[in-house]
Design a binder for this molecule. Sequence first.
Ligand code: DAT
Ligand code: MG
Length: 139
Amino acid sequence: MSFERTFAIIKPDAVKAGHVGEIISAIEQSGLEIRCLKRVRLSAGICKGFYHEHVGKGFYQELEDFMTEGPVVMMCLEGDGAILKWRDLMGPTNPANAAEGTLRKRFGTNIGRNATHGSDSPVSAAFEVGYFFNAFELS
Ligand code: DAT
Ligand code: MG
């Protein structure tokens, strides 16, 4: 396994429900390191840039409305195999298909309101980390 950085979001549903601490605790217990972290509220424009691959799809407006409805907590995580490790910790996109103990099973409601985001590949991780964190924050 190689050293990687990945990008994580605790989505508005999980922030509002008070699950930030439990999710960060799960990250720490997994061995992933939190390289940097911030709490922000996304605008529609920033959301479109972040989810550019989904703009125009049937669910996009619902996704944007959800992601901008309240603050999120975003992180750059790092460690060996961090991209897959974080995806495994989250579980699949639809919480209904997620295994017991995964974050989306524990904290997600449905396929749209699924508590967390994680990069799906090295290319998307590099884009997503760079979209939200600057060189100083990553230094
Ligand atoms: P993931 O977040 O697991 O990488 P994705 O990239 O396919 O999943 O989609 C991004 C987000 O968009 C996903 O976390 C929730 C939302 N979404 C995806 N498919 C959806 C659908 N069929 N209906 C409603 N929301 C959906
Ligand atoms: Mg995705």
